[in-house]
Design a protein around this ligand. Structure first.
Ligand SMILES: O=C(NCc1ccc(CNCc2ncc[nH]2)cc1)c1csc2nc[nH]c(=O)c12
Length: 254
């Protein structure tokens, strides 16, 4: 998958290009992440990309012209990487507090794209005429205020890359994610057997895989009920999980 990121801080994206699972996806050429700096499309000596807002008010606004040229160049590069460059296959996505909040379901649907062009704002935002001319989708991380769109863009790319086929060691681990089956994760333990006077739950040492799976599921249920009643309300068990829930309820009654 092809990602073009338009940002005045391209160096920030080393975070996902050089480390971990996303870094490996880039090294193995399963993913391309190109950073495009709008400053490279300015014509004045000061390489201006922001100006004071019409109508007054605090802060600065990002100018339309350099961003429009950066987007046109990103589209060219996307097509050179084999993307069908239209809003269905390679949308321009503006990371914005005014956007739709990112969810696992939208992440999964985005894995279908050939690529995407991510627009990262700074200052008070971007000239509305650029947005209306070019932006297909606006996405927010949630209702808290950050200093720019770069971290949201990295969160989006990280979550999409993680869900691409043959990125994760065994695809099942991506599928088993708690946010996929709608439950929070169970506790995890590893060596050493003793830590700070605490041992490991016996069942995990039993080698009895059915009991281990049941114990992990019961931990997921209990944690979701106590920590995220909203998720528990929305939880729709699979046929298999419904059977286990019935067995758990019976066991609780004893
Ligand atoms: O670019 C982002 N933030 C920078 C930023 C922060 C504040 C303002 C100015 N807002 C004034 C105002 N008045 C009333 C309501 N808003 C503009 C831009 C961003 C991208 S995705 C995302 N997701 C969650 N949070 C975020 O901040 C972001």
């Amino acid at each position: 998958m092809y990602f073009a990121v338009i940002s005045i801080f391209p160096e920030m994206f080393a975070t996902i290009r050089e480390f971990g699972i996303t870094g490996r996806a880039v090294t193995q050429e399963q993913v391309t992440i190109e950073c495009i700096n709008p400053r490279d499309y300015t014509t004045d000596n000061y390489r201006r990309i922001d100006e004071r807002p019409y109508g007054g008010g605090p802060g600065m606004v990002m100018m339309a012209e350099p961003l429009s040229q950066a987007i046109e160049d990103a589209r060219l590069r996307a097509s050179q990487h084999g993307c069908r460059v239209d809003s269905e296959h390679c949308p321009v996505i503006y990371m914005s507090p005014q956007g739709k909040t990112l969810s696992e379901s939208s992440v999964v649907s985005m894995t279908e794209y050939d690529g995407m062009i991510l627009l990262c704002g700074r200052y008070e935002g971007i000239d509305e005429r650029l947005l209306s001319q070019y932006v297909d989708i606006e996405i927010s991380l949630g209702d808290y205020v950050l200093t720019g769109g770069e971290l949201p863009a990295m969160v989006l790319m990280d979550s999409v890359i993680r869900r691409l086929p043959d990125i994760m060691g065994d695809d099942k681990s991506a599928e088993q994610d708690s946010f996929v089956d709608g439950l929070l994760d169970c506790p995890h333990y590893t060596k050493p057997h003793e830590f700070a006077g605490m041992a490991v739950p016996e069942v995990l040492l039993s080698g009895h895989h059915a009991n281990i799976a049941k114990w992990r599921f019961s931990q997921q249920v209990e944690r979701t009920q106590t920590r995220r009643p909203d998720l528990w309300q929305a939880f729709t068990p699979t046929v298999e999980q419904a059977k286990w829930l019935k067995a758990l309820a019976k066991a609780d009654k004893k």
